[in-house]
Ligand binder design. Structure first.
Ligand code: GDP
Length: 437
């Protein structure tokens, strides 16, 4: 519970083993006792006390730790409600933290990202935003703009000082720098998107090349963190494997698995469809046999796409496909010999994926990564507005007009951190939260 009266409500339902007046209880204290209704013990609990302003929401807060289970939790929740609490809306705790100024909008949104993270990397990127790294960066950019704005206003207000040329140059320099900074942020979204949504990966190959063996090998390596998300229809199960913290979203794994029962119904047409929608294609060939017409069709299909070629079944030692063959080399820079069955060469496959997407430690750990489409759209808008302002200077438009353009940039950035954001947008953002966050 959070809010001015939460301790009073708590008092009506909680009997501490060692009762104390609320004024005497310090923040960050845990007390042991019982939840009581009509003198009857409902549960044995621990209650944590947080006193304003040192809490998640900056309000008075208490957390009741009960024995788990639906019945007890529901009962205690009901008791809180009966005694004057109201059920929190989705994201309401975080929303209050934002409205009370403890975190900015960007940080609030990163709470959602951290909760929904599907991989360690993504959680890490979210955590960085929660720490305020992106907020700080945006703040720095805003400060640069504001510094020049002051100069601009002075020039506009006191034209007799005749510093217009100087001001023009300063504004120009500032805009160039801001543009560069914003562009770096915008670019980072591509990496951020991969972290967030996973690299959409298709495994293709003719029947018996080893697709499902590869799938199983990948899933086995990663068993602990494989997650299956049910799609709207039964055959759109999305499976994620995490490779060194980077999620691969495997597409059409259901197709690969079911193909056996349905007499290999994944034809070339279907493969093409899958390949077209993928960020990465892993094409797998049976190296114990010569390349067939069907194999060549697959190679044709993945030309000009990000692909990795796997020559499978090397354990059979009857290799009929030469890894230096030009028909392979012209399709992909990555030709890797593996045995899906014996799990040989998988680490080379992993390394190839990291290389291809330039996802190494240094990039991801030092870079501020944008993962949120709303932020990306606003940064893009800000870049557009910077361009407009630069253009206006080129055309020697009066400074007071330029000042208006520059205010637009500030507003775009203010929308990200939430200082000028509208009620509607705030509501929309927090509606994405789960209950109780
Ligand atoms: P899919 O039709 O492409 O999904 O192919 P499967 O993964 O079902 O594999 C077809 C057959 O090849 C199965 O009998 C596998 O056991 C076998 N196979 C797959 N990978 C290897 C491998 O690396 N070495 C050997 N010797 N056999 C393999």
């Amino acid at each position: 519970m959070s809010g001015e009266n939460c301790f009073e409500i708590l008092d009506k339902i909680f009997q501490a083993k060692k009762p104390q007046k609320i004024e005497e209880i310090k923040g960050y204290t845990i007390k042991y006792g019982h939840i009581i209704e009509n003198n009857e013990i409902i549960d044995e609990v621990l209650v944590s006390y947080f006193k304003k302003p040192l809490s998640y929401t900056t309000e008075n807060m208490c957390e009741i730790n009960s024995h788990g289970g639906n019945v007890l939790v529901k009962k205690i929740l009901e008791l809180c409600l009966k005694n004057g609490a109201k059920l929190a809306d989705p994201g309401e705790f975080t929303k209050r933290a934002f409205l009370n100024g403890r975190i900015d909008l960007l940080q609030a949104e990163s709470v959602i990202d951290v909760i929904h993270a599907k991989s360690e990397r993504e959680a890490k990127a979210g955590m960085k935003q929660l720490e305020g790294k992106l907020s700080k960066k945006i703040g720095e950019i805003k400060q640069q703009i504001m510094d020049v704005m002051v100069q601009l206003e002075v020039t506009i207000d006191y034209p007799e000082y005749d510093v217009e040329d100087v001001t023009n140059r300063q504004v120009q320099e500032m805009l160039n720098k801001v543009e560069k900074d914003l562009e770096i942020l915008e670019k980072s979204f591509d990496n951020g998107k991969l972290l967030k949504e996973g690299i959409k990966t298709a495994i293709i190959g003719k029947p018996n090349a080893g697709k499902s063996s590869l799938l199983n090998a990948l899933l086995k390596e990663d068993r602990a963190i494989v997650t299956e998300f049910e799609g709207t229809t039964r055959d759109t199960i999305e499976e994620f494997v995490t490779i060194q913290g980077i999620p691969l979203k495997l597409i059409d794994t259901a197709g690969i698995r079911n193909a056996k029962d349905e007499v290999e119904k994944i034809g070339i047409a279907k493969s093409k469809e899958i390949a077209d929608s993928a960020d990465l294609i892993i094409a797998i060939f049976d190296s114990s046999k010569e390349l067939t017409a069907e194999d060549r069709e697959i190679l044709e299909l993945i030309k000009n796409k990000k692909s990795i070629i796997l020559l499978n079944k090397i354990d059979l030692q009857t290799t009929k496909i030469d890894e230096n063959e030009s028909s392979l080399k012209e399709v992909s820079d990555y030709i890797i010999k593996i045995s899906a069955l014996n799990q040989i060469g998988l680490e080379k496959l992993e390394q190839a994926i990291l290389d291809m997407f330039q996802l190494n430690e240094i990039n991801l750990d030092n870079e501020i990564v944008i993962t949120n489409i709303r932020h990306k759209a606003l940064i893009h808008q800000a870049i557009e507005d910077v361009k407009k302002a630069k253009d206006a200077i080129q055309k020697q438009i009066p400074l007071d007009m330029i000042a208006i353009f520059i205010k637009d940039i500030l507003e775009d950035l203010g929308n990200i951190t939430g200082d000028v954001v509208t009620e509607d947008i705030i509501n929309e953002i927090f509606a994405r939260f789960c209950l109780g966050k």
